[in-house]
Design a protein around this ligand. Structure first.
Ligand code: BDR
Ligand code: CA
Length: 318
């Protein structure tokens, strides 16, 4: 049986590739997607997801409108230089949403229907997930099997400031709420997602067959993203698909090495904003909600799986 997933995201190039990866993966059943601001604004994120679902002809995947700003209400910057003006690199998706965009309470219906069969994956700012906890309460939210969260950086540099990773930096208040309340929470921080390097050669391999309707799009958005990363990290051989790795973990959790720790996030406006802190001393303070943190990954297992899944045809789907 494929694993049912409720995905919170902000597409964005790596988010879009994660959605495509999930749609092409017979081991994942994407039941609903919550779209929020982050890499682009919420309306654009929604548009992008609607476009991907249309390409896949997947009208059954529920599309839900999420947050438009962080919990603080402040404006946070988008990143067109990395993700493109509209979040899909050079691609401009059609301007109208086909299909239905449901209100926020649809999230709770999905949780009620699937309960412990469901994994919640959040690869964007944590705002919509924190609001879900606030509205539904911990007891209801924690009826799901687990939470897989892309965010943070432990004892390693950030990617948006010296210490902070972009998802935690974008809404540190929301990240703190989620980290405090989610039971069975597993974090995929930059420690592992920076390793999710996909190279142009792998994309060429995926392009070899004409197996699915996404291939041309995958190449175009990858090329844009890779160019951006070459500016950011001179000499880099490919670009890290942070959000894809988090979905890969749904089917292949054994590819990672984990530790269990309480995690806090810096809320200050200074250079501690969004910085993730866990206690790595030999005798750590252990008061609070413990999370599982992935700190190492078997790269070959990830890259082989990516090329295989992205070369699938849609008919492999359930
Ligand atoms: C995360 O930040 C976002 O911009 C990416 O889509 C990813 O979710 C990486 O720090
Ligand atoms: Ca993202």
């Amino acid at each position: 049986m494929p694993q049912k997933v409720l995905l919170y995201c902000d597409p964005g190039i790596d988010d879009s590739l994660a959605i495509i990866y999930a749609l092409l993966n017979p081991e994942i059943e994407l039941v609903a997607i919550v779209t929020s601001y982050g890499n682009v604004d919420q309306e654009q994120a929604t548009q992008n997801v609607a476009y991907l679902l249309e390409l896949a002809d997947r009208k059954d995947v529920i599309l839900i409108g999420g947050a438009k700003t962080p919990l603080s209400g402040e404006f946070t910057p988008y990143y067109p230089e990395i993700h493109g003006e509209q979040g899909l690199g050079p691609i401009k998706p059609p301007p109208t949403i086909k299909g239905e965009l449901l209100n926020f309470d649809a999230i709770f219906k999905v949780i009620e229907e699937y309960g412990e069969e469901l994994i919640i994956v959040d690869v964007g700012r944590a705002t919509s997930l924190a609001i879900s906890f606030n509205l539904a309460g911990e007891e209801t939210m924690n009826t799901v099997k687990g939470f897989y969260l892309m965010g943070g950086a432990f004892l390693t540099p950030g990617n948006v400031t010296a210490g902070a990773e972009a998802n935690f930096y974008g809404d540190p208040i929301a990240a703190s709420i989620v980290l405090e309340k989610a039971k069975q929470g597993v974090l995929y921080p930059l420690n592992v997602t920076n390793e999710a390097i996909i190279t142009p050669e792998m994309i060429d391999q995926i392009m070899q067959g004409e197996n699915n309707p996404f291939q041309a799009l995958v190449k175009a958005i990858f090329d844009y993203y890779f160019e951006a990363y070459q500016e950011l990290v001179p000499g880099i051989e490919g670009s890290p698909l942070h959000d894809v790795m988090t979905l890969f973990a749904v089917t292949t959790p054994q590819a990672f090495k984990y530790v269990e720790k309480v995690v806090t996030v810096g809320l200050d406006e200074g250079n501690l904003r969004g910085v993730s802190i866990a206690d790595f001393r030999p005798k750590p303070d252990e008061e609070g909600n413990k999370l599982t943190i992935a700190l190492e990954v078997d790269y070959t297992s990830f890259s082989d799986d990516f090329v295989k899944v992205m070369s699938n045809s849609l008919s492999n789907q359930t």
